[in-house]
Design a protein around this ligand. Structure first.
Ligand code: FAD
Ligand code: NAP
Length: 640
């Protein structure tokens, strides 16, 4: 089956002619079907008398009545005891004799009116925004308090800085403490937190270095621009060749330029805070009591600050590798500022950080191996994760599957010998541990303010970002259950500041957050993975549209291979609502950002395919999706 439009809901309404409830349900559904002819169709089954209707519905004979057939088909026991009029159900066709066609039981008149209300309602995200308010516990704040600050923020990262500026804009007196404890390998950095210094920003710049290198080798000559055979050899033959002495990619230049850019951002953040009248203190804070923190600066000078409200936004730090010799590994806190070329690298872990780092290191011609404990990208769409793994392998990244390191030891001077749980071993110049992150709460003195952390990840539980101690709040990576993403921390910080100082009651909406994994084949996604959607809604209730395509910019480079781009839409068969979107290809973050807004507005598949595409782009592939997995048709795209 090739679907080009959303599946239409077909409602069957059965009842007897003189029944007011039957006439009411039938006329409401009929009116809706006039308003939404592409989405809804009504099939009326009108019986002349109550007796005739009940005979059809209940029939005491051996086959039972229609209600028994519905129960048998959809397993709804309520249908089995139904006696009144109307009796309403959903089917794929208008053929009322085809009992196998029944897809769901709706119920009687009231149930049908409820169904219609849901059908005609604005998208659920809008409804929730209007209805849900963040009911926070009173925290004792009054404008006339005598503390030093209205709001003291611990941590000047993505979330803390955003919250501080918003609160100050709303008239609050705000201070931010930001202090970086050096990594075990000794790396330190400036104001701005993980994203700017040791996360998104250096990662994306180094990813871009890799994309440039890849484009240079794979595409440039086909566009008539010269490429050196030396670099081409490095790209194509790296997995066998461990000698990096001839590499024409300069780690030093890349690292220095990235670090200089970061220093510029650190400076801009300080200026920004000054201009917005937020007090910035380069000091480490820990609680003394519910309205006081102790501060300590880099010279060891101690002080204290009082506050009416406090926001904990201290983020997380990489979880260290715990095996013998684990201290020889570096982490994402160090990799972007290594003084020496990373050389031959082992990346331990198989999620965002490990795969992104493995990808950019391979892209700048390093010999890279990934140690995978179980699966790639747990929690993401399996099909997409496997395509990413396959692509990385084809680019020369080596994978050691189902292993963890059991021992790291220094050998031959600066080499690190790694022994794996499989018993095998190998030597590397750099071992990068990327096995997850834990809340940076160890030295916060949370016991002094009655706040407990989750022992599994050292993070703090909260409702509407409010902790168990009402005047102490938490946002970003250190909040238990919060997706570890910069825009999430920023959004939550601003929303909280507006609630605390601007009279807002709007909660942070943590649903349908889009994200991109910056692996060599980039992956943008929003909403459900295919497996999660099947688990929650059932395969029979989903249409899964998919398509492989060749991004135009890669199409004249034979070494790019066939059909590397991929997109997939997971759609509720009955409502047409899009439950998940997945995209593999160039500029995945740019592609997915707009679809994130569409998802927030509760878009349907029809909305997407009715959107006129921008040609020639890869994002437009979503607007031309038509092949479902169920159809078994070839999902490889043809031409325009
Ligand atoms: P942070 O940014 O971590 O800020 C916390 C700050 O508090 C730090 O400066 C810390 O030093 C300071 N601090 C800690 N304790 C104290 C204390 N007691 N007193 C004073 N200051 C203290 N997200 C994305 O959205 N996109 C990406 O592409 C992306 N890539 C990433 C790549 C890597 C390698 C990593 C590690 C993360 C990446 N992330 C990405 C995640 C993103 O960086 C985080 O989600 C985000 O930085 C969290 O912000 P935050 O404000 O919660 O904490
Ligand atoms: P993560 O998503 O928590 O994944 C941890 C990885 O390490 C998993 O593959 C896990 O394997 C593995 N692992 C855990 N313990 C291990 C052990 N003892 N030995 C070997 N392997 C182990 O952590 P992350 O990749 O470090 O990323 C942290 C967060 O940063 C992410 O959740 C993300 O939100 C954020 N981030 C975002 C971006 C982006 O937006 N592009 C980029 C980077 C980071 P199992 O599957 O077997 O558990």
């Amino acid at each position: 089956m090739t679907n080009t439009a959303v599946t239409k809901s077909i409602i069957h309404v059965a009842g007897y002619k003189s029944c007011g409830f039957y006439r009411r349900a039938a006329s409401v559904v009929a009116s809706l079907s006039i308003l939404f002819p592409n989405k809804l169709q009504v099939v009326e089954h009108e019986f002349t008398s109550r007796e005739e209707y009940r005979e059809w519905l209940i029939n005491s004979g051996s086959d039972g009545g229609f209600r028994d057939k519905v129960t048998n088909k959809v397993g709804n026991l309520r249908a089995n005891t139904f006696t009144s009029s109307p009796f309403c159900w959903l089917a794929n066709t208008s053929d009322s004799n085809n009992v196998d066609d029944i897809t769901d039981f709706i119920g009687g008149c009231d149930d049908t009116l409820d169904w219609c209300r849901n059908f005609a309602q604005p998208p659920s995200s809008t409804v929730q925004k209007e209805e849900e308010i963040a009911n926070m516990v009173p925290d004792g704040h009054t404008p006339s308090h005598s503390y030093d600050y209205d709001l003291l923020i611990l941590g000047g990262g993505s979330g803390g800085l955003a919250a501080s500026k918003e609160a100050a804009r709303l008239g609050a007196r705000v201070a931010v403490l930001d202090y970086v404890k050096p990594s075990p390998a000794g790396s330190k950095w400036g104001l701005g937190g993980t994203c700017v210094n040791v996360g998104c920003i250096p990662k994306k710049l180094m990813h871009n270095a890799a994309l440039l290198s890849e484009g240079y080798v794979k595409d440039q000559s086909h566009y008539g621009i010269g490429v050196t055979s030396e670099l081409e050899e490095q790209w194509m033959g790296m997995s066998q060749d461990n000698d990096h002495s001839t590499t024409s990619q300069s780690w030093e230049t890349l690292k220095n330029n990235v670090q200089n850019h970061i220093r510029g951002l650190n400076f801009k953040y300080r200026v920004d805070l000054r201009e917005k009248e937020v007090t910035y203190l380069n000091q480490l804070g820990s609680f003394i009591d519910e309205h006081t923190v102790e501060t300590i600066d880099k010279k060891g000078t101690k002080g204290s600050i009082t506050f009416s409200r406090c926001l904990i936004a201290v983020g997380g730090r990489p979880t260290p590798i715990s095996c013998e010799g684990g201290e020889l590994a570096v982490s994402s806190d160090d990799i972007f500022s290594l003084d020496t070329d990373p050389g031959k690298v082992l990346c331990v872990g198989a999620s965002y950080i490990s795969l992104e780092c493995a990808g950019f290191l391979r892209g700048i011609c390093k010999d890279v191996t990934v140690a995978v404990r179980s699966i790639l990208l747990r929690g993401f769409d399996r099909e997409c994760a496997d395509l990413i793994g396959g692509h990385m392998k084809s680019e020369g990244v080596k994978f050691r599957e189902g292993v963890v390191p059991t021992k790291l030891e220094k050998v031959n001077g600066d080499k690190i010998k790694v022994t794996f749980s499989s018993g095998e071993s190998d030597e590397y110049d750099t071992v990068l541990g990327a096995i997850g992150r834990s809340g940076d709460t160890g030295k916060l003195g949370l016991d002094k303010v009655g706040i407990q952390v989750n022992p599994k990840n050292s993070k703090i539980a909260a409702k509407y970002e409010q902790t168990s101690t009402p005047n102490i709040y938490v946002i970003g990576d250190v909040m238990d259950g919060c997706p570890e993403l910069t825009p999430v921390a920023i959004h939550a910080g601003k929303a909280l500041a507006r609630r605390l100082f601007g009279g807002s009651t709007l909660p942070m909406d943590y649903r349908n957050i889009c994200t991109t994994v910056f692996t060599p084949l980039e992956y943008g996604t929003v909403g459900y993975s295919e497996d999660d959607a099947i688990a929650e809604f059932g395969k029979e209730n989903l249409d899964i549209y998919h398509k492989y395509f060749v991004p135009l910019e890669w199409s004249i480079s034979p070494s790019r291979g066939e059909h590397q781009g991929f997109c997939k839409a997971i759609v509720d068969k009955h409502t047409g609502k899009v439950l998940g979107l997945h995209y593999l290809g160039p500029n995945a973050g740019e592609v997915m950002q707009g679809f994130g807004t569409a998802m927030k507005l509760g878009c349907t598949f029809e909305d997407i395919i009715e959107t006129v595409g921008i040609h020639p782009t890869t994002a437009e592939e979503f607007t031309t999706l038509s092949i479902t997995k169920e159809s078994g048709e070839d999902a490889a795209a043809a031409g325009c």
